[in-house]
Design a protein around this ligand. Structure first.
Ligand SMILES: NC(=O)c1ccc[n+]([C@@H]2O[C@H](COP(=O)([O-])OP(=O)(O)OC[C@H]3O[C@@H](n4cnc5c(N)ncnc54)[C@H](O)[C@@H]3O)[C@@H](O)[C@H]2O)c1
Ligand SMILES: O=P(O)(O)OC[C@@H](O)[C@@H](O)[C@H](O)[C@H](O)CO
Length: 491
């Protein structure tokens, strides 16, 4: 479309059909470096920082891509001076698009590792935040420990290696800061992992200890890793969004972001460096994030997993269609009420009946067109972190786990790699090459899949889990997902 406005700092004043930054971007300093600029960072933290800038702060973000594949984000953001559009879609069809201005620079580490180290070790950089996915923390499936043998990590541990991993970059930058007498930054993990800050402390600590025990001690003494709970459903950008935004606002954005209107960020108030007044722009800054995190991971994220495999097997490709299925909605409600909620601590000011009702509405939002495939991918990083802890705690308390066990059975059936009509399923998972053979083997050795201890620990030895798991799995194979849901729900 020839009259579309190409998005960059020179064209902001031409934009009339979307909100644009009202602050002077030239006066913004890089005070936050964010590693892993994907859809979620751009719908969430960068949006809160944009609000801060609008309120008069000068805290800007330098986005950093660690992987070669992040070249696509570089090619989108750099020609646009870091600007991009965020479109929020309400279930009633209302749509708002804003140009977000808080990312003021973007660096691709493989292009210029020195520039990345310069930003990370600059005295102005006070926060290094991360969205590197649940799998990005590099735990060995075999030992549960940080995996020092992972080839990129092993490379980064070599003396004088030019870093290639998030661990190599952050640790080298902290060494420079120590050597130059510059205070440490704070590392803020925004990934969906319980105790994400504690996990980050452990992983960066393990890397640093293997490299330089004195530096590891300096990091332990000087670097804070606050926990955080983050929430905003942000699907991968659908192909048609660029044309849709251009049509509606006149702005041509190379890589727009779409998300739901709901957003939440609960952040532990534990910083080893200055921080901006996040609480002024809607972030809940609290002393203990744990109960909020568990609530979100065990209800929303484990709820997503409860929906996605049954949803796929029933033929749904969009989350809102699966959430509108009466059996799936009942599975979710009953999993939440009878299995997940008993494992949660009470949270002052939060009504869990209302929270779960809102979740079903959020899952049902047709406008954001979140896909079942997005929820199914990387399941081996998700089920062990979100659902297995619920099962374990329930078993320890002699509680029933039939619904959670049926969800694990639905994952097993999905991981076989063919659907009920025999069509192939594209199992996107770092462990796909292991999972599919195990799932298929469980046709003759029923517990083969859940005997994978790196994913399930000792669950295969616990009859209160294996009995409902095996019943659901047999039914999924014999009678299909619909009749299994009826069986599990007692219809
Ligand atoms: N999308 C959501 O709804 C949502 C909501 C809450 C939290 N999150 C968290 O954010 C993470 C990213 O989600 P997204 O939707 O932005 O995904 P995305 O695919 O758009 O972006 C992922 C980013 O992480 C980087 N990355 C992946 N593995 C890495 C590694 N090993 N080392 C360094 N960088 C790595 C990628 O290069 C990319 O920049 C999720 O895994 C989750 O933990 C997502
Ligand atoms: O992005 P992931 O890998 O953490 O998990 C998939 C979804 O459950 C997740 O992205 C949710 O949409 C999100 O956590 C909502 O805040």
């Amino acid at each position: 479309m020839s009259d579309a406005i190409a998005l960059n700092s020179g064209t902001l004043s031409d934009i009339t059909r979307a909100d644009v930054p009202s602050y002077d971007r030239a006066a913004v300093r890089t005070r936050i470096a964010h590693i892993g600029v994907g859809g979620f960072h751009r719908s969430h933290e960068a949006m809160y920082v944009d609000r801060l800038l609008a309120a008069g702060s000068d805290w800007g973000i330098c986005g950093i891509g660690i992987r070669p594949a992040d070249a696509a984000m570089r090619d989108a953001l750099v020609p646009q001076d870091g600007l991009y559009t965020l479109t929020l879609k309400h279930p009633d069809g209302d749509v708002q698009t804003s140009v977000i201005g808080s990312i003021v620079d973007f660096l691709l580490a493989p292009d210029d590792p020195d520039a990345v180290l310069d930003v990370l070790s600059h005295p102005d950089t006070a926060i290094v935040s991360l969205t590197v996915t649940e799998g990005g923390y590099n735990f060995s499936p075999a030992t549960g420990e940080f995996d020092l043998t992972q080839p990129d990590v092993a490379h980064d541990l070599e003396p004088d290696a030019v870093p290639t991993t998030v661990f190599g970059f952050v640790t080298s930058a902290l060494r420079r800061r120590r050597d130059r007498g510059i205070a440490s930054f704070t590392v803020v993990s925004c990934d969906n992992i319980a105790g994400n800050g504690d996990v980050a402390r452990e992983t960066f600590g393990a890397f640093a200890r293997a490299q330089d025990p004195e530096l590891a001690q300096w990091i332990a003494d000087n670097t804070a890793f606050p926990n955080s709970m983050v929430d905003r459903i942000t699907p991968a950008t659908p192909l048609e969004l660029r044309a849709e935004v251009r049509e509606r606002t006149g702005v041509d954005d190379r890589w727009p972001v779409v998300a739901e209107p709901f957003t939440q960020w609960v952040l532990e108030d534990s910083f080893s460096s200055p921080r901006p007044p996040f609480e002024d722009v809607g972030v809940q800054v609290v002393a203990d994030v744990t109960p909020y995190e568990l609530m979100k991971l065990r209800l929303l994220n484990a709820g997503h997993q409860s929906l996605c495999y049954f949803g796929h097997l029933l033929g749904y490709r969009y989350v809102h269609d699966a959430a509108a299925d009466a059996d799936i909605a009942e599975l979710l409600r009953r999993y939440w009420d009878s299995e997940a909620r008993p494992t949660l601590m009470p949270l002052e000011g939060i009504d869990l009946d209302e929270y779960t009702a809102t979740l079903l509405d959020r899952f049902g939002n047709p406008a954001i067109a979140d896909t079942v495939a997005r929820l199914c991918q990387d399941s081996s990083d998700r089920i062990p972190k979100w659902l297995v802890p619920v099962i374990r705690e329930r078993l320890d308390a002699d509680g029933d786990v039939s619904l959670a066990a049926a969800v694990v059975a639905s994952w097993t059936r999905y991981a076989e790699g063919t659907d009920e009509a025999g069509a192939p399923i594209d199992v996107v998972d770092p462990l796909a090459a292991t999972l599919t053979p195990l799932a298929l083997r469980s046709r003759s050795e029923p517990l083969a899949f859940v005997r994978e201890r790196s994913l399930f620990g000792d669950l295969a030895d616990r009859e209160e889990f294996t009995a409902p798991y095996l019943a659901a799995l047999e039914s999924l194979r014999k009678d299909g997902a619909r009749r299994t849901l009826s069986l599990v729900l007692g219809h």
